[in-house]
Design a binder for this molecule. Structure first.
Ligand code: PHB
Ligand code: FE
Length: 324
């Protein structure tokens, strides 16, 4: 069966409803409602839009993006499972879970249309709660400029010729209020003549201090399959991420508290408090959500190889990258 995305005329609050297979999404002033044949779910619409924003901008990311403990997506890199209760022990046991497998362009277009229709003027789902207006109320305007921004991806290491200019006051990237104390001096590089285009260096802390978004890793260096994705974090990671590969975290500043659960059932596994300088390897059989009480800097280190998920799911790779 081919699944098409469809949408309704605006409801009494001014918002359209969206249909994907047997899923229906609708919103009112405060909530997003998700219905499927064996169940119905409700989420606060600000949390829903923050999760939806990341799922769209990250092209469904690695593995599973749980919007909360019930609804989310699983990336099969070409198709996407849209699910309710699939990774929730209670829903599974009661047989109330539901999954639709959808071609990536179809679900992406539907999610992008929903994000655009449901985001009001002044609400930025990428911004921290203290740096954005409200998501609530009857429909008023839009914020397409904010929701269509993409993760910054380096073509080479940041600072090398041919890449994006470094963030500065001059190109519209002021230092964030919480990083006012971060030094802005840049390293000095003296390259051998002829090697000027191949050796680069920059102040990563200064670069991150100017990020206007939260919980949105930007790929700043690519070395074969190794991606360095630093990000600035404040308040709560809007998704519960169930990875399909191990993932390393290096806490560059301040503190993040991680809730770690079993990836398939949601059973609680660990509480990890990471302080500046701490390094953690998150195994591939968990899901996690971070809490950052103050804006902090985090380096997420991913192995982008498309072979890794299958090696893990067939048991040829361990779920944790290191044994102590
Ligand atoms: C993660 O799921 O590992 C993740 C996602 C976004 C971030 C940080 C970590 O900003
Ligand atoms: Fe993750």
């Amino acid at each position: 069966m081919t699944i098409r995305g469809e949408e309704s005329e605006p409801n009494e609050f001014g918002y359209r409803s969206f249909f994907l297979g047997q899923f229906q999404f609708s919103r009112d002033e405060y909530f997003a409602y998700i219905n499927w044949p064996t169940g119905r779910h409700v989420m606060s619409v600000d949390a829903f839009l923050r999760a939806l924003q990341r799922d769209v901008a990250w092209e469904f990311f690695y593995g599973i993006v749980n919007f909360d403990g019930v609804v989310g997506t699983m990336n099969h890199y070409g198709t996407v499972d849209l699910f309710a209760g699939r990774y929730n022990d209670a829903y599974r046991k009661a047989e109330l879970d539901h999954v639709e497998n959808i071609q990536t362009p179809v679900i992406k277009a539907a999610f992008a249309a929903m994000l655009s229709d449901w985001t009001n003027e002044g609400f930025d789902p990428f911004a921290s709660p203290q740096e954005t207006g409200s998501a609530f109320g009857i429909k008023h305007g839009d914020n397409d400029a904010a929701i269509s921004r993409h993760r910054v991806t380096a073509q080479r290491m940041v600072s090398l010729p041919g890449d994006e200019p470094l963030r500065s006051d001059d190109n519209g990237h002021p230092i964030n209020r919480m990083f006012a104390d971060v030094g802005q001096d840049e390293p000095e590089v003296y390259a051998e003549p002829g090697f000027e285009a191949e050796i680069g260096s920059f102040n990563l802390f200064a670069y991150l201090s100017r990020s206007p978004v939260t919980w949105n890793p930007s790929v700043v260096s690519v070395c074969r399959e190794s991606l360095y994705c630093p990000t600035t974090e404040e308040y709560i990671l809007p998704i519960i991420h169930g990875n399909d590969r191990a993932e390393w975290f290096v806490q560059l500043s301040d503190e993040i508290i991680w809730d770690v659960e079993d990836r398939d059932t949601g059973r609680k596994r660990a509480k990890v408090v990471m302080k500046a300088g701490d390094v953690a390897a998150m195994p591939s059989d968990i899901r996690h959500q971070g809490y950052s009480p103050k804006r902090s800097m985090l380096l997420v280190w991913e192995n982008a190889s498309s072979k890794v998920p299958e090696l893990i799911s067939t048991g040829r790779f361990p779920t944790q990258p290191v044994e102590f």
